[in-house]
Design a protein around this ligand. Structure first.
Ligand SMILES: Cc1cc2nc3c(=O)[nH]c(=O)nc-3n(C[C@H](O)[C@H](O)[C@H](O)COP(=O)(O)OP(=O)(O)OC[C@H]3O[C@@H](n4cnc5c(N)ncnc54)[C@H](O)[C@@H]3O)c2cc1C
Length: 545
């Protein structure tokens, strides 16, 4: 009895906690093995235990309840432009950086390092998503910095450090540095050429590494407490990329003013600001006038991280749904044993596993330096994983009945989070157009993609037929713009089918091919046809213990 005079609390599944999100995830551990990241097992088990712990869930809840606050001035009237966070946020930042989630691929020079980092990100996206924003940008900064080896040598070690230090101070006075990115302006986010912020040389020197001052505004600047950030501004030569520190060597704030924090739908623990630059001190990164070319390296890496991130988010929603439906009873049975609920959970499990394999395959493409496959398929994966997340989470939420809709349940937070990855770093349309751009600018990438799909040839006739239909469709990329979404989703389905046929449990591959490739499927989840081994699929998705 827990003290109620009127009733006992019955049939309420407790929280899913105290599990290892890596070791308990059979499909994920298989992907790590298949793609050569098993050697990182200790780091992955460590992160898996953290993410599944009651403590991290507690921190996640606290940091999303006690939101960041902007402090523009100190009590004496000096401008400070800092953001104050709940201690839970800082602890989470320390944990995610401490796992090397942002840097594992850069600090371990061996095959499988990108897959291992991908698994870390997949896990942490099940832990708390606000801290995944700075983590992802810090990871992605390294490819952009490669445009200037001197700047990379100067900042790389601090960026890759696993130390997190929230002190508002010059980056070189700290043991580690976080990285942000400020591109979007009021008049255009997708169309970055509309940027009106300007930069001018601060000395007679020009070229990468030379000092500039920047004046203008940014409508979105997440992680305004970042130690370093990349930004875009117009010079005489055109749109250029710059690297700035949040604080200057004398300890003062760089010349920026935070206007306000955005009141967001999700990702609430993380601060996103509006900012003005008043002669911001920065250095040019890469060639003047080639800013998009420079920053796109960062965007390509963040896009991969968002594909991984949305896949991780879906896995968390699935884990919650499996836990709830396995531990709640109705009509004398566990919910998951009711045939129609089993269909729903199995359908979600197939979707989740397909996303995971696709994301990890693209991390593996970085390990193998498969530039063309990475170029064409990263936007495919970013589009599809992010696009599917909202509907997926809504369905997993419904598996919980009313509990799922209540704000102290994790599902509510996942639901508010789910659309975001589809917006930043390129909205759905922009990403699908990028797939077409890859086809047009690097036509060989289409052949590389089809070769990857056909690696499973003979494994399932439905996949083979689908791949040939898709090959016909891709034969002439001209004129595909109005149907770019359909093209991207077909590419995602073909790639996922190929990976599942090669590597996944046969029951999962069979269900995927029957539904996503052969059309025996409805418009909602829970519409798998009869005759599939849904028990095996659900068993595979459940977390042992
Ligand atoms: C929580 C949050 C945090 C963010 N943090 C940052 C940050 O730290 N740094 C940063 O730089 N930005 C950040 N952003 C901004 C984000 O990257 C932009 O919102 C995004 O790139 C879209 O730009 P926009 O908002 O100007 O929309 P628009 O560019 O106006 O797009 C509006 C719609 O038009 C569509 N569209 C645009 N062009 C085309 C086309 N050619 N064909 C078909 N459709 C098209 C888009 O798909 C979209 O649906 C953040 C956004 C959010 C929500």
């Amino acid at each position: 009895m827990d003290g109620y005079a009127t009733h006992e609390v019955l049939n309420q599944p407790g929280a899913l906690e105290g599990y290892n999100a890596y070791a308990g995830d059979r499909a994920l551990a298989e992907a790590a093995r298949v793609f050569g990241a098993e050697w990182a097992g200790d780091a992955l088990h460590h992160a898996g235990a953290l993410v599944g712990s009651a403590h991290v869930q507690h921190l996640a809840r606290q940091s999303n309840r006690h939101l960041p606050e902007l402090r523009t001035h100190d009590r004496f009237g000096h401008r400070v432009d800092v953001v104050e966070f709940h201690p839970a946020y800082h602890e989470l930042m320390g944990l995610i950086y401490g796992c090397g989630t942002h840097s594992f691929a850069w600090t371990h020079d061996r095959p499988g390092a990108h897959v291992a980092r991908g698994v870390l990100s997949y896990l942490w996206n099940q832990g708390e998503n606000g801290v995944c924003c700075p983590m992802g940008m810090t990871f992605a900064a390294i490819p952009a910095l490669r445009h200037d080896p001197a700047l990379l040598a100067e900042w790389g070690p601090l960026i890759n450090s696993t130390a997190y230090d929230p002190t508002p101070a010059y980056a070189k006075d700290k043991a580690g540095a976080t990285v942000g990115m400020a591109m979007t302006e009021k008049q255009g986010g997708s169309d970055l050429r509309a940027t009106i912020t300007t930069a001018r040389p601060a000395s007679g020197r020009r070229g990468s590494g030379a000092p500039y001052v920047i004046t203008g505004h940014k409508w979105f600047f997440s992680v305004p407490m970042s130690d370093l950030f990349l930004t875009l501004a117009q010079t005489e030569t055109g749109l250029s990329c710059f690297l700035a520190t949040g604080w200057l060597p004398d300890g003062s704030r760089n010349r920026l003013k935070l206007q306000r924090l955005k009141d967001k739908c999700g990702n609430k623990s993380n601060a996103s600001s509006e900012v003005e630059f008043h002669d911001l001190q920065a250095v040019l990164l890469g060639d003047e006038g080639r800013g998009i070319r420079t920053i796109i390296e960062m965007a390509h890496a963040t896009r991969l991280d968002f594909a991984i991130g949305s896949s991780g988010l879906m896995r968390q929603a699935l884990s919650q749904a499996v836990h709830h439906t396995s531990n709640r009873r109705a009509f004398q049975r566990s919910l998951v044993d009711l045939p129609l609920m089993r269909n729903v959970v199995a359908d979600l499990a197939v979707e989740s596993e397909a996303m995971m394999w696709m994301s990890m395959r693209l991390a593996y493409a970085l390990d193998r330096a498969e530039a063309l496959l990475s170029r064409i398929c990263t936007p495919v994966a970013k589009y599809w994983a992010c696009k599917r997340a909202s509907g997926f989470v809504a369905e997993a939420l419904e598996c919980h009945g009313g509990n799922g809709f209540i704000a102290d349940h994790l599902m509510e937070r996942l639901y508010r989070e789910a659309p975001l990855n589809g917006i930043w770093e390129g909205t759905g349309n922009v990403i699908c157009l990028d797939v077409l751009r890859a086809m047009q600018r690097e036509p060989e990438s289409v052949g590389v993609f089809l070769e990857e799909v056909r690696a499973a040839r003979g494994g399932d006739a439905r996949l083979d037929a689908y791949a040939e239909r898709l090959a016909d469709r891709l034969a002439d990329p001209a004129g595909l713009e109005p149907v770019a979404r359909r093209v991207a989703e077909m590419m995602a389905a073909a790639l996922q089918g190929s990976l599942l046929v090669r590597y996944a449990h046969p029951a999962v591959a069979d269900a995927f091919c029957a539904t996503r490739l052969d059309g025996e499927w409805g418009h909602g989840y829970g519409t798998l046809p009869q005759g599939l081994d849904t028990q095996a699929i659900v068993d595979r998705a459940s977390l042992p213990g």
